[in-house]
Design a protein around this ligand. Structure first.
Ligand SMILES: [Zn+2]
Ligand SMILES: [Zn+2]
Length: 258
């Protein structure tokens, strides 16, 4: 590298990438970032964590551990994270303020960068515990994509359907919300288990009305109780992705809730 020098600091005795030394680059570009308000999902029964679509068993219980936090970090592609020292700076049982001193290596440099997050904990029974406990439900709301929608990865599809659900959640009446039991992630979307069929129907109709979603109800015979057939109801909602551009073929007006 005869005669080559860093365009920022003019050093000539260090390797350069695109004319810049690693130290100058590391001052300009964030080497590691963290989401401001991530959510960690914990099974209240066995403590397993939902990491993307997978449930990971752990012995940590409710404790917030490095295993919960490190996967949330987004390192620059050339960064290797060596170790993180975490400090809790505040919060309560459901929400913790944490700071991390991230020890990392980047193009031969050993550096420390600090990150801050407010981690919220959400409880959701994992499928294994749901099955074991034989939990009671009378209806399932299935959140699905429309069949003619754009190609979406399973993760994107679930995130989109989750966001739709979250947006309408405040409009669900309290007795409807209280009937929600647990939710299972699937490649095609979400299954929401509900302990009250009337509440499940009301929620499904709300989503249909607000988003123009396609709703199909089916019932399956589940057993007999007091001389009557007992049915479980499945409410399948197909929810369209928002149109890619205004005026595109898929654009459809959002129907107002009457
Ligand atoms: Zn430089
Ligand atoms: Zn569990």
């Amino acid at each position: 590298m005869d005669g080559e020098f860093c365009v920022v600091c003019a050093r000539t005795d260090v390797p350069l990438t695109d004319g810049e030394c690693a130290e100058c680059f590391s001052k300009r570009v964030p080497l590691v970032t963290a989401p401001e308000r991530p959510i960690r999902v914990v099974c209240p029964t066995c403590g397993s964590r939902l990491i993307r679509a997978h449930w990971e068993p752990t012995d940590a219980g409710e404790r917030l551990t490095s295993e919960d936090l490190v996967p949330l970090l987004v390192p620059h592609p050339e960064v290797a994270i060596r170790r993180v020292q975490w400090t809790e700076t505040g919060g309560n049982r459901m929400q913790r303020d944490v700071e991390g001193a991230v020890e990392l290596s980047f193009r031969g440099l050993e550096l420390v960068r600090s990150v801050k997050m407010v981690v919220r904990t959400e409880h959701m029974t994992c499928p294994t515990c749901s099955r074991k406990s034989g939990r009671y439900y009378t209806a399932i709301i299935q959140l699905r994509a429309t069949l003619d929608g754009p190609n979406e990865s399973a993760v994107d599809r679930r995130a989109r359907l989750q966001a739709t659900w979250d947006a309408l959640f405040p409009e669900m009446r309290r007795p409807w919300r209280e009937a929600l039991s647990w939710k299972e992630p699937l490649p095609e979307g979400w299954d929401v288990y509900v302990t009250d069929t009337l509440a499940a129907r009301a929620i499904a109709r709300l989503i249909k009305a607000r988003l123009g979603a396609d709703l199909k109800e089916t019932a399956t015979l589940w057993g007999r109780k007091d001389g009557h057939d007992v049915y479980r109801v499945t409410l399948r909602l197909r929810i369209a992705a928002p149109p890619a551009a205004p005026g595109s073929a898929r654009a459809r007006p959002v129907q107002r809730h009457a």
